[in-house]
Design a protein around this ligand. Structure first.
Ligand SMILES: Cc1cc2nc3c(=O)[nH]c(=O)nc-3n(C[C@H](O)[C@H](O)[C@H](O)COP(=O)(O)OP(=O)(O)OC[C@H]3O[C@@H](n4cnc5c(N)ncnc54)[C@H](O)[C@@H]3O)c2cc1C
Length: 412
């Protein structure tokens, strides 16, 4: 250990430690190594036993549409060729900011000049009785995915708590594996953060047609069972028998190490526009960070943060600003796109185009003659074009009658 430490002291250039090796940390490495960066040594510590992988593809792995091998992002040689040392399955346990040194759960120690938190998030807890029972699972990482596949081969019924995109992907994956799945969603329509009620209802009927039972306006009160989860009890006292409960009711940024290290945290690790935390030399990005009131639950803002932080660590003057987030989702082949506002208010006009035969739907929200939101269901090819119109903020009063038909019919 001492020899290693002395060797590190002799490393020329600065030393960077990254805590967490998820999708955003990996993008940071790619952004850094594409530049002339100042680091003689980069160490990445990961709590998971594998290097960064495409977490988004876990839904396809669960559904049996993709293999585990296909989620790998880079081969081992990629890291070795760039003088990046990956420590897998060895989470950082403590950080000594005075000595600028991290210690892992295995007792390994490494010095740093700069440190980046990229610890991501975990499934949010429900805070209800029975949540700790065996048979209640999350859907976050490769290990969860393997465990869910294993249960699906032995058991018949599943209840998924949460009708957001993660819950619906879990539900579809388990259904594709042959389970009878019920989705419980507290709001009155599915994907209520991305869709309006009509698109939410179209999605519910498409999933119902595939055999998933959807219960909206349903809140779980407790999970019943003695040795393992046996049923979910709703607030209206309905009892739904099950063999498996998947909790997908939002995410919580992983901040415990940052808090213990003395970094200012709210829901996430607080950062400024340069992704700097409250402690000099320590930065945070991805799902673990919070800028102003905003935390991040999709990969795209994390990628933009990675570009900004890499630039800053290389001396560029760059800033991250949250953006209108467009959500393009494909739940079991059902295309969905939403961008900007999703529900009208007293100052918003709606232009709606719907084909009831094919279940194609387009809802545009217009405020002061400017496009402020678009919800698309069934056909999403024009999604990026609507996003561009929202960003540009041009007066669309002359094009209002054709806008809902998409770019091909635009008279502009
Ligand atoms: C099944 C699924 C499907 C998804 N689909 C989409 C999608 O379609 N579109 C989209 O935009 N987003 C999607 N997401 C979200 C997307 O995956 C995340 O936004 C993205 O992975 C966040 O990256 P991150 O690097 O911030 O965190 P993560 O990818 O969560 O990585 C954080 C890593 O840090 C590790 N870690 C934590 N604490 C420590 C520690 N103390 N020491 C060392 N390591 C530590 C964790 O083990 C983890 O490996 C999906 C997520 C899931 C789970």
């Amino acid at each position: 250990m001492l020899r290693l430490f002395l060797w590190e002291r002799r490393v020329s250039g600065r030393r960077l430690v990254i805590v967490g090796h998820g999708m955003v940390a990996q993008r940071l490495l790619e952004e850094l190594t594409a530049r002339k960066h100042p680091y003689g040594l980069i160490r990445v510590f990961n709590g998971e036993p594998v290097p960064a992988y495409n977490r988004i593809l876990l839904s396809s792995v669960l559904a049996g549409e993709a293999s585990e091998d296909s989620v790998q992002l880079k081969p081992d040689t990629w890291f070795a060729e760039r003088n990046i040392v990956c420590h897998q399955g060895d989470a950082v346990a403590t950080i000594d900011t005075a000595q600028r040194q991290v210690t892992t759960t295995s007792g390994f120690q490494a010095a740093y000049d700069d440190l980046v938190f990229a610890t991501g998030s975990r499934p949010a807890a429900l805070g209800i009785e029975g949540e700790q029972l065996p048979g209640v699972m999350g859907f976050r990482d490769l290990q969860d995915t393997r465990a869910l596949i294993d249960v699906s081969q032995r058991c018949r019924r599943a209840v998924v708590i949460g009708g957001g995109f993660l819950g619906l992907e879990a539900a579809e994956g388990l259904r594709a594996r042959g389970m009878a799945v019920t989705v419980l969603h507290r709001s009155d329509h599915l994907l209520n953060r991305q869709l309006d009620p009509v698109a939410g209802a179209l999605l519910a009927s498409a999933l119902t047609a595939r055999g998933v039972t959807i219960r909206t306006g349903a809140s779980p009160q407790s999970i019943a069972g003695s040795q393992r989860a046996r049923a979910v009890q709703l607030t209206d006292d309905t009892l739904i028998s099950t063999d498996l409960v998947v909790v997908a009711a939002g995410i919580t940024p992983r901040t415990e190490l940052a808090r213990a290290t003395g970094l200012a945290c709210d829901r996430g690790i607080l950062v400024d526009e340069g992704l700097a935390s409250s402690v000099p030399g320590i930065y945070a990005l991805g799902e673990c960070c919070q800028l102003g009131e905003e935390t991040f639950g999709l990969v795209e803002p994390g990628y933009r943060q990675a570009a900004v932080l890499a630039g800053r660590l290389c001396g560029e003057d760059r800033r991250f600003a949250p953006d209108t987030v467009a959500t393009r989702l494909k739940i079991s082949g059902i295309p969905i796109y939403s961008c900007g506002a999703t529900s009208p208010d007293e100052n918003t006009d709606s232009v709606v185009w719907q084909d009831r035969e094919t279940d194609r739907y387009c809802h545009l929200l217009i405020r002061n003659n400017r496009l402020t939101g678009a919800v698309l269901f069934g056909e999403t090819q024009d999604g990026p074009w609507y996003e561009e119109q929202i960003r540009r903020g041009d007066d669309i009063s002359q094009r209002r009658h054709t806008l809902a038909f998409g770019a091909a019919y635009d008279t502009h």
